[in-house]
Design a protein around this ligand. Structure first.
Ligand code: GBH
Length: 472
């Protein structure tokens, strides 16, 4: 058996962990916070597994000091978290709530005291319900409100936070929120998928402008996307075409306007019977096309597609729950196939080669833009043993494989500056509630006790060495 040689990472590589506000904070009705679309959705019977909600979640809102101590003990150098819009600006409009901003200020100060670099994501899916009530992301006004919110948070934290991302995975907000409906707000409106994608893009562009206007010059501004790694099942032209269509919907609908200044022509053609795209106004594509300092990439598993074959298909399974509605507007007949290989508890195939491919794609497409893996990780059924310890060798193997894949991309020239494991804590896994555990730290959802899993110790040792060991 050949052993992998140890692999060193670049100096200054950031080793971090990531979370999102609705998934960990709880305190849903405290200090002036109003409901977001996820509060409404989770409290709607039948939408989330077992009726779980984020009302308490990991109670991070009250236990943030303990969580910072955990990161510090593990020696994690960076922490990516998101801000709850409705905690800071309760109706999504108008003046900010000081207590909301204070929470994030304290958190940031606590991180900085321990030498942990904070990375703020402004929007990780929890739109203030009031903004959904006036139409949500399919309405242009929502993008304008986002820019105002971005400025508020930028002004409040700009003296301390150097890394800023506008959105997390706009694909999920639009395609899963307004298409398949497995995410909040749970709507099924084909044209709204495209409109919301456009307004999320616009929110990004306007948000970058707003941040630039209030942040110091050395602030690094970017976005986290979850581009699909779409693979055709065969080399047959019809399968290649299916892959092209899904790549346009999953990835290029965001990355093309953000990085290259315009929507792909093939996407407009593929969706012509759903929309004439008249919601794109002159100048919008230029607004979306802001210079960014980094591109955050979230990766979990590749997607295998084919042209319609008449075989049984994995209908509407978006990897976050099964819906009878397809989110693939204009390409509803494309078939999705399980990727080969070992699977995580989400049913997602473990395939690190997709991560190397993804990094190299954007290394080529966005030369000069720093890359971060802003999420990567796996769900497994982790349980404490009799002694209370949690052993998760599958997660260690997953992380080892994917960090090897990151290193491969770096060797081939990709400018990867950091990696954030998803997630620091087991948390509210959206439509799956608390049934899926992505944390490197185990959370007992009865007692809220945190226990680092063996993967947390392993990851800490990699971070400390700045080098990937051979897998024992
Ligand atoms: C991320 O979403 C989230 O940012 C994070 O909050 C979440 O907890 C974490 O991952 C784990 O789920 O079938 O082609 O429609 C990842 C969501 C799941 C979206 C897989 C794309 C398959 C795409 N992704 N899904 S498709």
């Amino acid at each position: 058996m050949t052993q992998n040689p140890p692999r060193a990472f670049p100096a200054d590589f950031l080793w971090g962990s990531a979370t999102a506000s609705y998934q960990i904070e709880g305190a849903a009705r405290e200090d002036g916070r109003t409901p977001s679309i996820w509060d409404t959705f989770a409290h709607t019977p039948g939408k989330v597994f077992a009726g779980d909600t984020g009302d308490v979640a990991c109670d991070h809102y009250h236990r943030w000091r303990e969580d910072i101590d955990l990161m510090s003990e593990l020696g994690l150098g960076a922490y990516r978290f998101s801000v709850s819009w409705s905690r800071v600006q309760p109706t999504g409009r108008g003046p900010a709530v000081q207590r909301g901003l204070d929470f994030y200020r304290q958190l940031v100060d606590g991180l900085l005291e321990k030498g942990i670099t904070p990375v703020v994501t402004l929007y990780h899916w929890d739109l203030p319900q009031d903004l959904e009530d006036t139409g949500g992301w399919p309405e242009r006004e929502t993008a304008e409100r986002f820019a105002e919110y971005a400025r508020i948070v930028g002004e409040a934290l700009g003296d301390r936070v150097k890394l800023w991302a506008t959105l997390n995975e706009p694909f999920c907000s639009s395609f899963l929120g307004y298409g398949s409906g497995v995410h909040a707000p749970g709507r099924h409106e084909p044209e709204a998928v495209l409109k919301s994608a456009h307004h999320l893009n616009l929110a990004h562009g306007l948000g970058v402008q707003a941040l630039r206007s209030v942040l110091p010059r050395d602030a690094q501004i970017g976005v986290s996307l979850n581009p699909g790694v779409i693979r055709p099942r065969t080399d047959a032209p019809a399968d290649l075409d299916a892959a092209r269509r899904i790549d346009a919907l999953h990835t290029r609908i965001f990355s093309d306007p953000m990085l290259h200044g315009g929507y792909p022509a093939d996407l407009r053609e593929d969706t012509a019977r759903v929309s004439d795209w008249s919601f794109v106004r002159p100048g919008d594509e230029a607004t979306i096309h802001q210079e960014i300092d980094f591109l955050g990439l979230n990766y979990y598993t590749p997607t295998i597609v084919s042209a319609p074959s008449g075989e049984e298909r994995v209908a509407g399974n978006d990897g976050h729950g099964v819906s009878e509605y397809s989110q693939w507007v204009g390409s509803e007949d494309v078939e999705f196939h399980p990727a080969p290989g070992e699977r995580t508890d989400m049913g997602w195939a473990v395939d690190p080669t997709g991560l190397t491919d993804l990094l190299l794609r954007f290394h080529r497409e966005a030369p000069g833009v720093a890359l971060y893996i802003t999420e990567n990780g796996a769900a497994f059924e982790d349980k404490p043993d009799a002694s209370g310890a949690v052993h998760d060798p599958e997660r260690i193997a997953y992380l080892h494989g994917h960090l090897t894949a990151v290193h491969k991309a770096i060797e081939q020239g990709a400018d990867v500056r950091g990696y954030y494991v998803w997630s620091l804590l087991d948390n509210f896994e959206w439509a799956y509630g608390y049934s899926k555990r992505f944390g490197v730290v185990h959370v007992d959802f009865e007692t809220l006790e945190r226990t680092p899993k063996s993967s947390a110790r392993w990851y800490a040792s990699v971070a400390a060495a700045n080098e990937l060991p051979a897998l024992a």
